[in-house]
Write a protein that binds this ligand. Structure first.
Ligand SMILES: NC(=O)c1ccc[n+]([C@@H]2O[C@H](COP(=O)([O-])OP(=O)(O)OC[C@H]3O[C@@H](n4cnc5c(N)ncnc54)[C@H](O)[C@@H]3O)[C@@H](O)[C@H]2O)c1
Ligand SMILES: O=c1ccn([C@@H]2O[C@H](COP(=O)(O)OP(=O)(O)O[C@H]3O[C@H](CO)[C@H](O)[C@H](O)[C@H]3O)[C@@H](O)[C@H]2O)c(=O)[nH]1
Length: 319
């Protein structure tokens, strides 16, 4: 297939691009490099440096499908500057849907998020859990999910909205290792590794009084290679006129302290860590039901938290 990957210079989009190329697809990456890196675009893909808002300049009827990763995704920034998120994530995605309709490209895989659910009381979270996002980032992603659903119903688009839980690890199976290079880095595992590499003296653990087994937040971590594999599967299972929402998580939860223990074990570094106040907006527990993804995508995540920590560590040492 000939594919457009928006955000293909970012963490997850670059890994999916690598898997798509390995499967023999032709890939054009559309990325404005606002948070991505040109050298993360795997060799063999063409990089067009442009905003997703200008997708109409790139898309033509020769494309078979679009995988849409391009977005801003920092929860705290979205609270401080919501207008950036509505303009980038919603206006940009609506322009992409227009461009796809104009070019007759009718297959889409979209990066949605667990943040669309907010803070549900019942675990695990299924796709039928009512979405109640608690920050503008989650609101923009839910808005795009709804725009895609309406587009599918009205104009025979076929689409998957894949709701990622906590993506972690690095993809080491390609020519070049691909991993997280966010700046600022807010995610737990890369921040713990910055202590092991000597970049930071001590890790910060946000919140020790949550109603969880050790007082720290529980999250569902999913390896980026397993996540990318789900996208390749989704691409071949799109049905015109249908919009499917699938959670992508492991189905198990780990506390912040359990992740710290896994990172200490793989690095052999003591990683000193200090308790800090809660980070505003962090729900105590988020765990996915991945039953729908297992059924619709015939997908099984195979890489555990130790593999995520080990691969992220290998990447941090090479980067
Ligand atoms: N990393 C996670 O744990 C996680 C969890 C849930 C959902 N997601 C979603 O997955 C997607 C990828 O996340 P990531 O962690 O790889 O982020 P990232 O910041 O590494 O990648 C995003 C890419 O999109 C590009 N981009 C942003 N706005 C653009 C625009 N208007 N036009 C063109 N390019 C643009 C950036 O330059 C970057 O290369 C995002 O949509 C994010 O919301 C990520
Ligand atoms: O240095 C750090 C970084 C994080 N944490 C804690 O580790 C847990 C995980 O935090 P991350 O920032 O790694 O991930 P989030 O769960 O906040 O965010 C993820 O889930 C969100 C949905 O709730 C969004 O989808 C977002 O894009 C995605 O990265 C949280 O309890 C957080 O407080 C720390 O203690 N110290």
């Amino acid at each position: 297939m000939k594919l457009l990957v928006t955000g293909g210079a970012g963490y997850i989009g670059s890994v999916v691009t690598a898997l798509l190329l390995a499967d023999g697809h032709d890939v054009v990456v559309l990325d404005d490099l606002s948070t991505g890196h040109a050298d993360a675009v795997p060799a063999g893909a063409e990089l067009v440096r442009a905003r997703v808002h200008d997708a109409a300049d790139v898309l033509d009827p020769s494309f078979d499908a679009v995988l849409h990763f391009a977005a801003k995704s920092l929860v705290g920034e979205s609270v401080a500057r919501p207008e950036l998120y509505w303009e980038n994530n919603v206006v940009g995605s609506l322009a992409l849907l227009d461009a796809m309709r104009g070019a007759g490209v009718r297959r889409l895989v979209f990066s949605s998020t667990a943040a669309t659910y907010g803070e549900p009381d019942t675990m695990p979270i299924t796709e039928d859990t009512p979405p109640r996002p608690t920050n503008p980032y989650g609101m923009t992603k839910l808005t795009v999910d709804m725009a895609i659903a309406a587009e599918c119903a009205a104009h025979e688009l076929g689409a998957f909205s894949l709701r990622y839980f906590n993506v972690a690890g690095a993809h080491l199976g390609g020519a070049v290792p691909l991993g997280e290079r966010h700046d600022p880095e807010t995610h737990l595992i890369p921040n713990l590794l910055k202590v092991a590499t000597g970049e930071n003296p001590e890790a910060k653990l946000f919140g020790s009084d949550y109603p969880t087994r050790d007082g720290t937040c529980v999250r569902d971590y999913i390896h980026v290679t397993d996540l990318a594999d789900a996208h390749v599967r989704a691409l071949t299972r799109i049905t015109p006129g249908r919009h499917e929402i699938c959670n992508l998580g492991s189905g198990s939860g780990f506390t912040v302290r359990e992740v710290l223990a896994a990172v200490r074990a793989v690095t052999g570094h003591p990683i000193p860590a200090a308790d800090h106040p809660r980070r505003p907006g962090d729900p105590p527990t988020l765990i996915a039901s991945n039953a729908r993804a297992r059924e619709l995508l015939e997908w099984t995540p195979v890489r555990d938290i130790t593999a995520m920590a080990a691969d992220a560590w290998a990447f941090a040492q090479k980067a």
